[in-house]
Write a protein that binds this ligand. Structure first.
Ligand SMILES: [Ca+2]
Ligand SMILES: [Ca+2]
Length: 484
């Protein structure tokens, strides 16, 4: 009788050895981030306590409104939607702020009535999948809301003051912003959180964005990630401020992806702040440290930091540089994530000003429409090119005197090659660089224009030289025959 389980185990391991399941992947996807309360109001009947003139109050957006606006997101070209949390929230305000943002959960297995119902969420998932889009749902695993009933009902689920004081890892065992801090090593908490993931997976969710992983117990996270991976659920961790080394560590620990905050900071300083491109090159140069560089989440801004466009005093300059940054983002290896409104260069300072209500075509200025058109075009160019969407990426050694203003890289997949040029100069300029200096070989190539629409950028190759004519503050992509 004891031999049967052994035989079964042997057969299972043999089957496993034959076909290891592929790792969940979002390479080639473009994610659009939505905060449902601030996106689209499709049902006035659930607008309890809504006050749109108060940036800290509920604004009325909901799942029905989001579902109705899916064609907008699809027209932009995104292939996946990330929703910030939709859980049932604490009903009270804290710090004069309502829980419109979703990060103060009271019940992890229900939808807040402001957003609609679980059936509304099911309707959204069905519509998204019907449009060929994936759904990424925000999961909170570190805390409950301040006023959640569970805090009084299950005090043993939370780290006490004494446990926080005694801890050698305060990031993990002490409250984040004073929020009731879940003790994941408590068996009941562990079981609750693991089954929460199963519950939302059961609603058809394709991927989880895990909030505040810096503050969650590591052994629990690893167990959670192993279960997600086995179920085919892609995982995206938010480690606030993560650089390449942190992303690499957590990819090795089981996350498919983390947000690369260091690239966000470098792009804000270089592109919006007008500083040299050296910071960006320094981040991209570390790509080789990543176990899975194609999965890393790349972004310009999100709901926790000031808007990318806020980096300029002038609206026209902010729009021009956001267009430049959107094009830049679409040339990089990784998974681009666009926060609602960045595609029209929405402005706004730190929370809650960065969460202004989304505006659609009927409310745009011609300049905002132009930014949207450039974003849509850049996404389309990326998706049409295997090299840009999933190809390898090689940073080229630009001569030192040019490094502030010029960043060059190649993307390559199969026989398809493109050369990407980021130009940070304040004026149009022509560059001639020896191919040998860049580590490239090439046959002569007649004048080639950038793949991005409405852009006067040109490349040619002759006599061992690469010639580039680039507009001020912009990114161009060229199909090329150059080889490394
Ligand atoms: Ca509503
Ligand atoms: Ca914690």
């Amino acid at each position: 009788m004891r031999r049967l389980p052994l035989l079964a185990a042997l057969l299972t391991s043999l089957a496993g050895a034959q076909t290891p399941p592929p790792l969940p992947s979002f390479e080639g996807q473009v994610i659009y981030q939505v905060m449902p309360d601030r996106f689209a109001d499709g049902d006035k009947a659930n607008d309890m306590g809504v006050n749109r003139s108060d940036p800290r109050a509920w604004h009325g957006g909901d799942l029905v409104g989001l579902t109705a606006r899916l064609p907008y997101i699809q027209r932009l070209g995104a292939t996946a939607v990330w929703l910030t949390p939709i859980y049932r929230q604490q009903t009270a305000n804290s710090f004069d702020t309502s829980p419109y943002h979703g990060y103060w959960p009271a019940d992890f297995r229900d939808v807040d009535p402001h957003f609609g119902t679980l059936a509304d969420f099911g309707g959204f998932v069905k519509a998204a999948h019907g449009a060929g889009m994936r759904v990424v749902l925000d999961q909170v695993i570190n805390h409950y809301g301040y006023e959640a009933a569970a805090v009084k009902e299950h005090p043993g689920w939370f780290n006490s003051h004494a446990q926080c004081d005694a801890s050698r890892n305060k990031d993990v065992d002490c409250p984040l912003a004073g929020l009731p801090d879940l003790r994941q090593s408590n068996p009941e908490v562990r079981a609750l959180l693991l089954s929460n993931a199963d519950f939302w997976r059961g609603q058809g969710v394709d991927a989880f964005r895990y909030d505040a992983i810096k503050h969650v117990e590591g052994p629990f996270l690893k167990e959670l990630l192993a279960r997600d991976r086995a179920a085919g659920t892609w995982t995206l961790g938010e480690w606030y401020g993560a650089d390449t080394g942190t992303v690499a560590d957590w990819q090795r620990a089981g996350f498919d992806s983390l947000f690369l905050f260091s690239l966000q900071g470098a792009m804000a300083q270089s592109i919006m702040g007008g500083q040299g491109l050296g910071r960006v090159a320094a981040v991209l140069d570390r790509q080789k440290e990543l176990p899975r560089p194609g999965e890393v989440a790349l972004f310009l801004d999100n709901h926790d930091i000031a808007r990318f466009a806020q980096g300029s005093l002038f609206e026209d300059q902010a729009q021009a540089r956001t267009r430049y940054a959107l094009r830049a983002l679409m040339t990089l290896k990784g998974v681009p994530v666009l926060w609602q409104g960045t595609e029209i260069a929405m402005r706004g300072g730190p929370d809650p000003d960065n969460r202004r209500d989304m505006r659609f075509e009927e409310g745009w200025t011609p300049a905002e429409k132009a930014v949207f058109d450039a974003a849509r075009d850049a996404i389309a160019v990326r998706k049409a090119s295997r090299a840009l969407s999933v190809g390898s990426q090689t940073l080229l050694p630009v001569p030192t005197p040019l490094q502030d203003d010029l960043l060059l890289l190649t993307r390559e997949a199969g026989g398809e090659r493109v050369l990407v040029a980021w130009h940070n100069g304040r004026a149009r300029k022509t560059y001639s660089v020896r191919l040998g200096t860049l580590g490239l070989k090439a046959d002569a190539q007649a004048l080639t224009r950038s793949l991005f629409a409405g852009q006067d950028a040109k490349l040619s190759v002759s006599g061992g030289w690469l010639h580039l004519s680039l507009p001020a503050g912009d990114v161009a992509v060229f199909e090329v025959g150059v080889r490394r």
